[in-house]
Design a protein around this ligand. Sequence first.
Ligand SMILES: [Zn+2]
Length: 245
Amino acid sequence: MRLTVLGSGSAFSTCGCNAGYLVDGRVLVDCGAPVPALVRRAATSVDAIRLVLLTHFHADHCFTLPTVLGARAFAQPVAPGTLVIAGPVGTREYVSRLLSVGYGSHIRHDVDANVAPEYVVLQDGRDIDIAGYRVQSHAVVHSTGPSLAYRVTDADGASVGFSGDSELCGGLRRSIAGCDLYVCECTGWDGPEPGGHLWRGDVETLMAEHPSTRFLLSHLSERRTLPGALIAHDMLSLEIVSAGG
Ligand SMILES: [Zn+2]
């Protein structure tokens, strides 16, 4: 399993693009980074994306999704295969509104006609196979609801988790259990963060509780180091191997 970080910065940081992560070029987790150009730099294409997972409806996690859908809607030839967009309840309505506000209802119609995304509602405890991956969803506590953390597992058993944005909570802990690598937000470094976010002290707690999971810190306000953790940067690419394999 290959993870590529497209955006490692928090909402208003200048140290990296907003959120976006690519798994094997096929699964896009969150879409706040300028994804169409960045996936090309990662030597792949928006046409290869089969599944978009949204963690929650904040701009830094969703607002470039219309450009991904537009790139697919006007691709020549049209990308084969179905694109699934999965996220919390309300995802279909939210994406539809983003398209209409961003580019007008005619673009929404072009996306409906040419891309025809399939929408899947995810919620706490849901555990399903989508686009060849096992996707487990866990409700987390953030400043907007609903918000989800995910664990994505490939056919070989390698698994990567994504915190999305969350404060310390039970759902967040459940999403870490068993992951080979966990992409964990670390919005603050010096003290608790407002707005339902994790800071370094929270992350240290989670790392101590999950010693067999490797942590990759992202959603950064600035880039520092934390002993025992990897620190994300835009276009970082990592191979994830299952603990058993
Ligand atoms: Zn957020």
